[in-house]
Design a protein around this ligand. Structure first.
Ligand code: HEC
Ligand code: HEC
Ligand code: HEC
Ligand code: HEC
Length: 444
């Protein structure tokens, strides 16, 4: 079911996206940023005072809206993530897994609440608050005082998490929306017990999370101009790296491969459909077990458009990785090579903003690669649609689509309508949408 993502091109907030060039804040390289903040989480009441972030309406003479708590509490699904663990679906999942109460199980709380260690919980901390301010912005113990001074760098050095930085944001959201290998682990067993499939695209999800901030001129002055293209591209590469790391960390469930890493519909499709045909990009034989390669292939497309010299080596590494059954030794080497290739693309993205010309390149690549591979599996088609939509949104805000806008929108709508029903997905209709967009772009 393709329920949470809807067509968002029409909802563009024009002033947020146009120009290129953004300011980089200093973030450490290499290891993940998430592990860094070891401060206490004080709890939502420490943020939600009416003179702080709990105002009823937004402030006019303040850098930030000040009604963030209201937006989160009233309309952000993260505020209800813990309550979800009490609903009947969660009860069923917990029963199937034999874990007792879902709302008391670390297996669920890791993603559905701010499940930090007991000694990291302040006096007002309450687990029932779900995915809280501090789940995303970091434990407030040390930055609570200083962050009201407006000195952003000082707050960052006291544990405020740099959510504005595309790489840091990607690592944060991906840790729950793709899952990780430690405290946020999702498995085929959990899905088999009834958990929905996770699907994620950073820019689309950033757009549909009810915004408790405004990217206006003072925001750009304080934090730099981060384009949605950058957010989309970084999201793909960081998700790809997390995916590879997950495959490495839990490749198997007992004797069998861990199926959560695989293309779900490779198995869960009707046998009578007979949809298999060779994907010329990834030449796997018929009947082979297939990884969910969607983040990997998107990363290849990013590289192809913005760092072409890294694209061919990356594709070679991806192809080698995707061959599932192999000796463990050579597999380890392949994984290291693939991650190193992805990291190079990530480093390039951290340093260089994506230009509008590159945006048009990305779009052409997404459409062309889609036409070559035909996106026979749902997950990659879904990623491709969200990607195309994200890129179009940016180009649209820059008025790059003016003449062919109507035809482009019609094409995107065809993509989305082919994705409405996961169980009856038709790549034929998806390809029809891609062709429409290709044709419309030809007139740009
Ligand atoms: C601590 C884990 C966690 C983090 C970090 C996190 N999320 Fe979520 N997110 C969730 C959970 C759990 C849900 C589902 C809530 C529910 O319905 O119970 C969710 C739901 C959502 C939804 C709604 C999806 C839908 O189906 O409508 C969006 C959008 C979203 N998250 C975006 C983001 C973005 C963007 C980030 C990063 C800035 C992020 N999330 C970070 C756990 C997390
Ligand atoms: C890796 C992180 C992760 C883990 C672990 C996890 N969830 Fe979720 N869960 C999510 C996210 C993210 C969503 C939202 C999916 C979306 O809409 O994209 C979600 C959605 C759900 C939903 C559907 C939302 C609704 O409103 O009904 C239920 C039910 C649920 N989770 C229950 C559980 C239970 C029970 C467990 C423990 C067995 C669990 N989850 C473990 C991340 C996780
Ligand atoms: C799911 C993750 C998530 C949760 C939960 C969350 N935020 Fe945010 N917040 C973000 C992201 C992403 C941004 C935008 C990037 C940025 O400016 O850091 C942001 C921005 C902000 C800003 C900065 C606005 C600006 O103009 O600089 C404030 C203030 C803020 N959030 C406060 C809160 C408060 C208070 C809560 C809890 C009531 C909260 N946030 C909950 C992710 C989250
Ligand atoms: C290699 C084949 C294979 C792959 C790939 C696979 N599954 Fe499964 N799945 C199975 C099998 C086998 C079962 C058990 C069916 C049964 O017990 O009747 C199952 C059961 C399930 C069930 C429970 C179905 C029911 O009838 O209650 C769900 C939900 C599910 N899988 C989701 C997923 C998701 C989501 C993915 C992708 C992340 C996935 N599966 C990938 C083989 C697979």
């Amino acid at each position: 079911m393709f329920s949470m993502v809807e067509f968002i091109l029409e909802r563009t907030n024009k002033k947020t996206v146009s120009a290129v060039g953004f300011l980089l804040i200093t973030v450490c390289n290499g290891t993940t940023l998430l592990a860094k903040n070891d401060y206490k989480h004080l709890g939502v009441p420490s943020c939600s005072d009416s003179t702080c972030h709990g105002a009823n309406v937004k402030f006019v003479d303040s850098n930030v809206l000040r009604n963030e708590f209201r937006v989160w509490n009233e309309s952000d699904p993260h505020a209800r993530a813990y309550a979800t663990l009490l609903n009947s679906r969660s009860k069923k999942i917990a029963e199937n897994l034999g874990i007792g109460n879902a709302a008391a199980a670390d297996m669920c709380l890791g993603c559905h609440a701010d499940n930090v260690a007991i000694d990291k919980r302040g006096a007002e901390f309450d687990i029932v608050d779900g995915v809280t301010c501090e789940s995303c912005h970091g434990g407030g113990e040390a930055y609570l005082q200083i962050h009201t001074s407006g000195d952003h760098q000082a707050s960052l050095s006291k544990g405020l998490y740099p959510t504005e930085d595309p790489r840091a944001r990607a690592e944060l959201c991906v840790s729950c929306h793709v899952g990780n290998e430690s405290d946020r682990k999702i498995t085929h067993e959990i899905m088999g017990a009834g958990h929905p499939r996770l699907s994620f695209e950073l820019n689309t999800f950033s757009s549909i999370q009810p915004a408790h901030y405004e990217v206006d001129s003072d925001y750009i002055e304080r934090k730099g101009n981060i384009t949605e293209l950058q957010v989309w591209a970084m999201g793909q590469v960081v998700a790809a790296r997390q995916f590879v790391s997950n495959v490495e960390s839990f490749p198997k469930a007992g004797l069998f491969p861990e199926l959560v890493h695989m293309d779900c519909l490779g198995c869960h499709d009707e046998m009578s459909k007979l949809t298999w045909s060779k994907n010329p990009l990834i030449t796997l034989p018929a009947g082979a077990l297939r990884y969910n390669d969607s983040y990997l292939l998107s990363s290849y497309q990013v590289a192809k458009a913005v760092v072409p010299e890294l694209a061919i080596p990356l594709l070679t590494d991806i192809k080698a990785f995707l061959i599932v059954n192999e000796s463990e030794n050579s597999h380890d080497i392949k994984v290291k090579k693939l991650d190193a290739s992805l990291e190079k693309v990530e480093r390039h993205l951290s340093k260089s903003p994506i230009t509008v010309v590159e945006g048009l390149n990305i779009l052409a690549t997404l459409v062309d690669v889609g036409l070559i591979s035909s996106h026979r599996d749902y997950a990659s088609a879904e990623q491709s649609a969200m990607a195309i939509n994200s890129v179009l949104k940016v180009l649209d805000a820059d008025n790059e689509l003016s003449r062919s806008r109507g035809d482009v929108v019609a094409g995107v709508n065809t993509l989305y309508s082919s994705l409405k029903d996961e169980d009856n997905y038709s790549s034929v209709e998806f390809v029809r949408g891609l062709k429409k967009i290709r044709q419309a772009l030809g007139t740009l």
